[in-house]
Each structure stands twice: as structure tokens, then as C-alpha cells.
Design a protein around this ligand. Structure first.
Ligand code: GDR
Length: 339
């Protein structure tokens, strides 16, 4: 039995990681900042594991607290999942994004560096560190050119992880994670916004969902599958970097059509840009509109990736198709509807 510290345990990935660790018989210490309100515990409650976690106060902005908690609990594995994780929000909160996502990660690496029991640290890197398309298929060794505050922050932590490995021999691995979704996703991310809105439109509780860039293409997988990859990464004898993705890019427009079909709509798209609209073919009802307020100042195209290293070294490939993921998310939202 290992001791597993998960920062950001209240978030989507933290919750699935905690579930995974508990299912494998490990002890889970859940780091969370602020009060443990019912509202914030909903993911862990949904998974039925809230009372199996030892919660500790943890704040990535507080070096002394981080050091004290890690030294006291001596975790074998540390998953650093806490961050300001919205690329969109990072445009309005660049300092907080960098402080928590960048310096916060470094604070953990620094404690791990001096820890006499040599914990294995997992750092959640992001596809946003690529920033633009430079190769036909990106890998762990492609160049990094982030141009969003979020991407630059994640690259700082990513490079620091490599620096700590090279300079001090600290075990810090990274997963360069592409988009990973689930019913536990926050509502400010596009997949959950779409699935939740469609269920509400279906129930007559919302008229239309307004989105931003419909042409954006993302490589979406199920968060549960990603957690399995993260777990395998920290079990390796040596720290390393792994791209974790499905290899399939789909536009926001096509994701919306798939989700709409699951909710019982047959979307037809008309016009372009801010005037683009998605109507239900059967009823003619306007289901999707575009509102430029959801456009980003910079929205880099996501590259296609080669996940051969994860497959060969970790024996990992995603188990859930995008169709299954969309189905699970829409069905969850339809069940949540209160009539
Ligand atoms: P992303 O996820 O920025 O890729 O970061 P998000 O779901 O926010 O956006 C995906 C794409 O959809 C477009 N889009 C919209 N996005 C939001 N949030 N709301 C909208 O209404 C909307 N309309 C269109 C966006 O422009 C974007 O192109 C996620 C996060 O989980 C990061 O933490 C993680 O590192 C990366 O994925 C990999």
C-alpha cells in the first residue's frame, strides 16, 4: 500500500485519480485549498469516495505549508493536479495562473528535491505548451512555442521538471496532457458547457447555447483513461515525459453535432463566423449560436500527436472512444435534469 498525495483533489482529474488509487488499495491524502463545502465535494461524492480521503489544507501559493504537509505525510507519490486550469480564464488572470500553475509546481519540486524518501512526482503538463503546429505529428521532443499565459505557465513547470531531474536527480515526470473530459468536467470548459446546455434545451429549460470558435479542433479523451496513464508514468523506475492523447482531432462544431444527436437533435449548420447557427432539422429550432464574447484573444490550433511512446513504454492507449465519451456526458446531463 502506497501513500498518494493528490493536489487539486476536488477537481476532475484529482477525483478520478483518488478513485483509481483507492481501488488499488492505496491511502489517499487529498490536498485542497479553502473550505470543503458540499458544492466543492460534489465530484468525490458522485464517485462515492469523499469519506475515504484524508483531506489536508494545501495551497500552492504557500511554500511553508507545502513543505510542512509533505514532510509530515511522507507520500510515496505526489500528483500535482492543482492549477488555474482554464486557458480562457488565463487571459484575465495571468499572474494568478503563473503563481499557482508555475511557481506552485516549483514549490512542490523543491520539497521533493530535499525529501530523504525520494517521492515520485507527477506534473500535469499540457498540449498548450506546443502553442502552434510545427510537425506533422508532434511528440515529446517537438518544439514548444506557447503564446497563452496558461501555456507559458505550463511550459515553465514542464522545463523546471526537466531541470530538477537533470540538476538534482529528483523524480519528476510529466504527462503532456491533451484535452480530457468527463461528466465531472467543470462547466467553463466547452464539452461540459455543450452537453449540459443541450440537456437543458431538450428539457425546455434553456433556449439556445452560445459558443465561441466552432472551428477549433481538439483531441478529446476520457479523463478516466488519462488517470491510468498518469498512474503508470509514476510507477516507472526513471522519470520521463509522455504525450497523452487519442491522436484524433475533432472540431467544436462536430463535437456539438455528436452531443446534439445523443440528446435527440439533428443539427444542420448555416452561415459562417459570428453568424453561424445550428438548427434542429426536424423542428427548425435554433439550438446553437455564436457569441464573440467566447472568442479568445489567441486560440492556437492543436497539433496532431503521435502517442507511440506512451503505447510502447507504458502499454497505454485510450480505452474510451469519443463517441462513448460524448454518450456518457450527455446521458449524465439528461439524468441531472430536475423537472
Ligand atoms: P482548452 O479547453 O482551452 O483546450 O484547455 P476548453 O474546453 O476551454 O476549449 C476548447 C476549445 O473550444 C473553444 N470554444 C470554447 N471554449 C470554451 N471554454 N467555451 C466556449 O463557449 C467555447 N466555444 C468554443 C475554445 O476556443 C478552444 O479552442 C483544456 C484545459 O483542460 C487545459 O487545462 C488543458 O491543459 C488543455 O485542455 C489540454
Amino acid at each position: 500500500m502506497a501513500k498518494v498525495l493528490i493536489t487539486g483533489v476536488l477537481g476532475q482529474d484529482g477525483a478520478y485519480l483518488a478513485q483509481h488509487a483507492l481501488e488499488h488499495g492505496h491511502e489517499v491524502i487529498g490536498g485542497a485549498r479553502g473550505e470543503l463545502t458540499d458544492e466543492r465535494l460534489w465530484r468525490l461524492r458522485h464517485l462515492g469516495i469523499a469519506d475515504q480521503i484524508a483531506f489536508i489544507p494545501f495551497d500552492l501559493g504557500d511554500s511553508a505549508l507545502i513543505e510542512q504537509q509533505i514532510k509530515q505525510h511522507r507520500p510515496d507519490f505526489i500528483f500535482n493536479m492543482a492549477a488555474q486550469s482554464s486557458v480562457g480564464d488565463s487571459f484575465s488572470t495571468p499572474l494568478a495562473t503563473a503563481e499557482i500553475g508555475g511557481m506552485g509546481a516549483l514549490r512542490i519540486f523543491e520539497v521533493a528535491r530535499w525529501a530523504d524518501w525520494a517521492p515520485h512526482v507527477f506534473q500535469a503538463s499540457s498540449s498548450e505548451i506546443f502553442g502552434c503546429i510545427t510537425d506533422a505529428q508532434h511528440t515529446e521532443d517537438s518544439s514548444f512555442n506557447p503564446k497563452t499565459p496558461y501555456g507559458a505557465t505550463k511550459l515553465f513547470a514542464h522545463i523546471m521538471a526537466e531541470a530538477y531531474r537533470a540538476s538534482y536527480g529528483t523524480f519528476v515526470s510529466t504527462g503532456i496532457l491533451f484535452n480530457h473530459e468527463s461528466p465531472l468536467r467543470g462547466e467553463n470548459f466547452v464539452t461540459r458547457k455543450i452537453t449540459k446546455s443541450l440537456a437543458q434545451i431538450k428539457a425546455g429549460q434553456q433556449d439556445t447555447v452560445y459558443l465561441g470558435n466552432l472551428d477549433a479542433r481538439r483531441d478529446w479523451s476520457h479523463a478516466r483513461d488519462f488517470v491510468e496513464a498518469m498512474w503508470r508514468i509514476v510507477q516507472l523506475p526513471q522519470p520521463d515525459n509522455f504525450v497523452i492523447a487519442s491522436g484524433r482531432l475533432v472540431s467544436v462544431r462536430d463535437f456539438t453535432s455528436m452531443a446534439a444527436a445523443r440528446a435527440g437533435f439533428d443539427l444542420v449548420w448555416e452561415d459562417h463566423g459570428v453568424n453561424e447557427k445550428g438548427f434542429d432539422r426536424k423542428t427548425g429550432k435554433l439550438i446553437v449560436g455564436v457569441d464573440p464574447v467566447f472568442y479568445r484573444p489567441y486560440d492556437p490550433a492543436q497539433p496532431k500527436v503521435n502517442t507511440g511512446k506512451a503505447a510502447s513504454v507504458l502499454g497505454w492507449t485510450p480505452q474510451t472512444t469519443l463517441e462513448e465519451l460524448v454518450g456518457e456526458m450527455v446521458d449524465f446531463e439528461l439524468q441531472q435534469i430536475k423537472h
